[in-house]
Design a protein around this ligand. Structure first.
Ligand code: UT7
Length: 332
């Protein structure tokens, strides 16, 4: 076979835009200055009571299919990276999406790797092409983590936003598309970022609700340290594996969690500002959606051209991280 590449991208966002100052108006003890200087975030979109993860995924998928010129009948695989599905457990967002898009009976499933979800979904879908089990895949990263945060916890609620991004994967010419994929996980860091209540370990009870253990808990500084080491090692290893250097990268699209993390990695890698894409300023941390939303915007802004080498590097709870190096274009 030739390669597997991205033919079209799309994004889906909730209706409500929340500015940093809106938190103060809601009575939270924070400031625009703190949020901007510690994270880079200026605003984020938050899903309303009538919006769930599959609604945003559906918007993103429709946009990606239109961009790729693909109709539902062509899709033979759906992989969704999410850890905030519409329903606890099942059905999956992938199955809800399949039904809404009118896609015939095909393989459709969610993968759970928190903010690394899109990398895991991309890597998984790519392997279906390699094994001959897929010819046209819809790959989505979608999350509504705002529904899992304690809106009185200033250390968490200002960080996250909701959204979805999607990509259509199809064969491309040899030498293009996904050149390298690698997934990593280190479960020994499971305790630095988690949601403890509401699962099979601590099913929902009044105590879970009272203790707020069904919300996201994070040791921010510990996550920060693990993240920068993981991203730096993974990106360097990936470039070396394909015989490239940081100068060869047209665009580095990291998970959009914190501008300080992105800047630290960018400087350590010796990348210029022009080689690095960020949009967390507008969207906050949208978890599995952050990389495909960024990819979508970078492409729309003309920051990605045919022949460009781009790096997608995700990291998140688990602890998980992953890299996809993609040579853009090669359509024929
Ligand atoms: O996508 C998943 C991956 N997640 C991440 O990558 C997150 C990585 N970590 C981070 O981005 C940063 O650690 C945070 C942005 C979460 C926190 O920044 P920090 O510089 O590590 O701050 P901190 O947690 O050490 O808190 C510093 C101070 C504390 O006050 P004291 O104890 O020094 O008096 C906090 O209570 O800032 C306080 N603080 C706030 N103040 C105003 C925490 N949140 C806020 C807030 N507004 N929203």
């Amino acid at each position: 076979m030739s390669g597997v590449g991205i033919w079209g991208v799309g994004k889906g966002l909730p209706k409500e835009l929340v500015l940093n100052d809106d938190f103060i108006a809601r009575g939270l003890d924070t400031s625009d200055e703190w949020i901007r200087s510690r994270t880079g975030i200026q605003s984020r979109y938050i899903a309303g009571p009538d919006e769930a993860t599959s609604d945003l995924a559906y918007m993103a998928a429709c946009e990606a299919m239109a961009a790729a010129g693909v109709v539902p009948a062509e899709i033979d695989l759906i992989v969704v990276g999410t850890t905030s599905p519409d329903y606890l457990g099942f059905p999956s967002v992938a199955c809800i999406l399949q039904q809404r898009l009118g896609i015939r009976v095909v393989g459709a499933f969610d993968v759970a790797a928190a903010c690394s979800g899109f990398n895991v979904a991309m890597t998984t879908a790519t392997q279906y092409f390699v094994s001959g089990m897929a010819t046209c895949a819809l790959v989505v990263g979608a999350d509504c983590l705002s529904k899992y945060v304690d809106w009185t916890d200033r250390s968490i609620c200002v960080l996250f936003g909701d959204g979805a991004g999607a990509a259509i994967l199809k064969p491309v010419q040899s030498g293009y598309g996904v050149l390298y994929s690698r997934l990593y996980a280190d479960g020994s860091h499971a305790d630095i970022l988690n949601i403890q209540g509401g699962g099979s370990r601590q099913p929902f009870t009044k105590a879970v609700l009272d203790n707020k253990s069904h919300f996201i808990h994070m040791q921010g500084r510990a996550v920060f340290k693990v993240a920068v080491t993981a991203v730096l090692d993974a990106l360097q290893t990936a470039l070396t594996a394909i015989g490239r250097t940081p100068e060869d990268l047209a665009l580095f699209i990291p998970h959009q969690a914190n501008l300080r993390i992105v800047e630290y990695v960018r400087e350590k890698m010796g990348l210029t500002e022009a080689q690095c894409f960020t949009n967390l300023q507008q969207y906050g941390n949208t978890s599995a959606a952050s990389i495909p939303i960024a990819l979508c915007e970078a492409y729309a802004q003309g920051r990605i051209c045919d022949g460009d080498l781009i790096a997608l590097v995700g990291f998140g709870a688990g602890f998980t991280w992953g890299v996809n190096l993609i040579r853009w274009g090669g359509y024929s």
